[in-house]
Design a protein around this ligand. Structure first.
Ligand SMILES: [Zn+2]
Length: 171
């Protein structure tokens, strides 16, 4: 297993719609293992393939941060099939180091995806888990959390990123 390099905004791969996964082979399983390792090393709770420079529709997540095996999820070709309610809360992203913003998301969502062997499953999630699923599925669609901010907050975030780029803290 290896820790992969996480790309930062505005790398084009982050703004590109990922290709559907069609091969459930060793290569995919290795990528998923590496993505889990990369996510835990970065102390994140979710990581999508475009964030490691792979333009494919998949993500890994673990809202327990490694403490609870049942929270460890790999979702291949995720599709949001239901969402309802709303929640507002702080959100971060491993491709936006040090940037946290309040983002409105659905309170509940159901995602349909495939596991690493290609078997379909559905996950009905609430609160933080739902927020994470929606954030990571967005990555598969080339959408970053900046796009989910209000215009005012987006401008503030962009200004902060520019500042960090100038001081070399963003690379
Ligand atoms: Zn993210």
């Amino acid at each position: 297993m290896s820790v992969l390099k996480i790309v930062r905004y505005p790398e084009p791969v982050l703004l590109t719609v990922g290709k559907p996964v069609t091969e459930f082979d060793v290569k995919l399983k290795t990528l998923v293992k590496d993505m889990f390792e990369t996510m835990y090393a970065a102390k994140g709770i979710g990581l999508a393939a475009p964030q490691v420079d792979v333009s494919s529709r998949l993500f890994v997540m673990d809202c327990s941060g490694g403490g609870d095996e049942t929270q460890k999820i790999a979702a291949i070709n995720p599709e949001i099939i239901m969402h309802e309610g709303e929640q507002i809360g702080d959100e971060g992203c491993l491709s936006f180091p040090g940037l946290y913003q309040q983002i409105q998301r659905n309170m509940r969502t159901i995602v349909r995806a495939q596991d690493v062997d290609g078997n379909l499953f559905e996950l009905d999630a609430m609160e933080l888990t739902a927020r994470c699923i929606l954030h990571e599925t967005d990555h598969c669609d080339g959408i970053v959390f900046l796009d989910r901010m209000t215009p005012l907050k987006r401008e503030m975030a962009k200004r902060k990123i520019k500042k960090l780029q100038k001081t070399g803290e963003w690379e």
